[in-house]
Design a protein around this ligand. Structure first.
Ligand SMILES: [Zn+2]
Length: 337
């Protein structure tokens, strides 16, 4: 076997072993084994002197070439182990971390959508204080002094005649006092009731109330406005059902059901197989309320309606627990991003 064959064999062996090295330590050992002063390559080079001049030249050049190749391989293999330990190393193939932008809370979004729909129908938006007086919350709205809603069980009293408003309807007398007809307003906002917290009830929730006062306003106008809203909000071709009801501040009063938008009235879990969903309360503003605000109830009439934002959101997005809105669980909230 010639010297050239030995050198070629050595190169092959060295490259294979460098490839298989699994640590910096084993690489160092290999480097000593092949390129060190007492290493394999040196041992071969020592035999060069015994060769004829021509052969010696060719073998020497070949040996030097292999030394360079192996040195480069060792360099690359060493980088493979050292670079990983470097904290500034950037691996562009890893998935990014990303930043999620904040989103509007689902309740604010649904409230905004309700307002937007009525705004398109010519309603102005008005807001009132959370801490309300007994007068605007109850008396101006024709609640008799012994009405059960004034009871300690329903109302959070603050001090004196102050309380946390139990509905957004107090904005109605507040705005009517300030304005001249026609008055066409919706009042979105937070309300408070002293209730046991459950899947269906919470101590704080949101309402959107609306009303119109002018000459010659009829129940037909109310119906038209609500049909237009419900179809714009829940979907075309919905049917509305008006059931007689009672509120101190409206006469006559009605509860409105819409045909279930999920099953189209056929019956499903959402509508409890009735085909109908209870959605809002409404009626013609009680003459006493108009008189309380300084309006001639012989000349002016008006309608009013109100709905719970949580209830609308729960129906629209099939959410089964009102407490989810207030838990600030990002996994829940991000679904509506
Ligand atoms: Zn249904």
């Amino acid at each position: 076997m010639s010297l050239l064959d030995d050198v070629a064999q050595l190169e092959k062996e060295a490259l294979r072993e460098i490839e298989g090295a699994d640590s910096l330590e084993s690489l160092n050992e290999l480097q000593i084994k092949f390129l060190g002063r007492k290493g394999c390559l040196t041992a071969i080079l020592k035999t060069l002197g015994k060769l004829p001049v021509e052969e010696r030249k060719a073998a020497g050049a070949r040996a030097n070439q292999i030394r360079r190749t192996l040195e480069e391989c060792f360099q690359r293999a060493t980088e493979k182990f050292t670079v990983k330990k470097d904290k500034t190393f950037f691996d562009p193939t890893l998935p990014g971390t990303g930043y999620r932008p904040g989103v509007v809370h689902i309740i604010n979004r649904v409230m905004g959508e309700i307002c937007h729909t009525f705004y398109g129908m010519g309603f102005e938006i008005a807001r009132g204080p959370h801490v309300e007086t007994d007068y605007y919350n109850f008396e101006a709205l024709n609640f008799p002094p012994d009405h059960p809603a004034r009871d300690m069980q329903d109302t959070f009293f603050v001090e004196g005649d102050r309380l946390l408003r139990t509905h957004t309807t107090p904005v109605q007398p507040r705005e009517l006092e300030k304005r001249q007809p026609p008055v066409k307003i919706i009042t979105p906002g937070k309300t408070f009731r002293n209730e046991e917290i459950s899947t269906r009830a919470h101590v704080s929730f949101h309402q959107v109330d609306g009303f119109l006062v002018d000459e010659g306003v009829t129940m037909g106008d109310l119906k038209g406005a609500l049909v237009a809203f419900c179809r714009a909000f829940f979907g075309d071709e919905l049917k509305l059902k008006f059931r007689p009801s009672f509120f101190p501040f409206t006469e006559p009063s009605a509860e409105v059901d819409i045909s279930c938008f999920l099953c189209r009235g056929k019956g499903c879990q959402l509508c409890k197989y009735s085909g109908w969903l209870e959605i809002l309360g409404c009626g013609m503003i009680h003459p006493n309320v108009l008189e309380n605000c300084g309006y001639d109830s012989e000349k002016y009439t008006g309608y009013a309606f109100g709905m719970g934002v949580e209830r609308v959101a729960m129906l629209k997005y099939e959410i089964n627990d009102i407490r989810l809105f207030f838990n600030n669980n990002l996994r829940f909230l991000r679904q509506f991003a």
